[in-house]
Design a protein around this ligand. Structure first.
Ligand SMILES: [Fe+2]
Length: 200
């Protein structure tokens, strides 16, 4: 091939690359934007994330942020919802290992879980359907409840707590609703025994 022809080929190849490059970047970003996780993929990623927790310097704030980012990728529409039963709150464990548990809770309208703490635990509560009011508290130095948040969750919105932040909450079903709780670590006999309930 002559030098002139070589230059033309090189110029055309570069032009093709320049045209194609933004498309590749856009495609990558688009792929990231629409990427969603199936339930098995979500559990696999959560298991991997949780395996690095519980160290002495465990940063629970950044951990719950990471859980929220994974929930944002989860295909919530593909998740079967627990049936809502009249006048009841129904709990269904979806996945439980020693390090974390995912539970679905179905509330009929007006049902409420009064203020309670979550000893040594982190929690990420995601609304799957309907509306759930979540009121968080912390304890004052005198041991009194101090309200620190009051939100109404709608589909795909989350409320988080850690061992030291917003750890006490009560929840009230504004409408019939289904939510998903992820507790790390999960309830066990000792944590259930240490759980405190605060008035009505
Ligand atoms: Fe709770």
């Amino acid at each position: 091939m002559k030098r002139r022809e070589t230059l033309d080929v090189a110029r055309n190849s570069l032009a093709s690359l320049m045209i194609g490059l933004p498309l590749c970047i856009w495609n990558t970003e688009f792929a990231c934007a629409v990427q969603s996780l199936t339930w098995p993929e979500f559990i696999t990623r959560l298991t991997k994330l949780v395996s690095s927790q519980f160290s002495s310097d465990w940063n629970q704030d950044s951990y719950v942020d990471s859980v929220c980012r994974k929930i944002a990728l989860l295909d919530l529409d593909g998740l079967p919802l627990s049936p809502i039963k009249q006048g009841r709150i129904e709990f269904q464990s979806l996945y439980k290992v020693n390090s974390f548990e995912v539970t679905q809770i179905a509330f009929d309208q007006g049902c409420r879980i009064p203020p309670h703490n979550h000893p040594g635990m982190t929690g990420v509560l995601t609304c799957l359907s309907g509306k759930l009011r979540v009121i968080n508290y912390e304890l004052t130095s005198e041991g009194q409840l101090k309200q620190v948040a009051d939100v109404v969750l709608r589909q795909s919105e989350v409320s988080v707590l850690t061992a030291n932040k917003h750890n006490i909450h009560q929840v009230i079903a504004v409408t019939p609703c289904v939510v998903m709780d992820i507790f790390t670590p999960p309830y066990n006999t000792e944590r259930e025994r240490k759980t405190k309930w605060y008035g009505n």
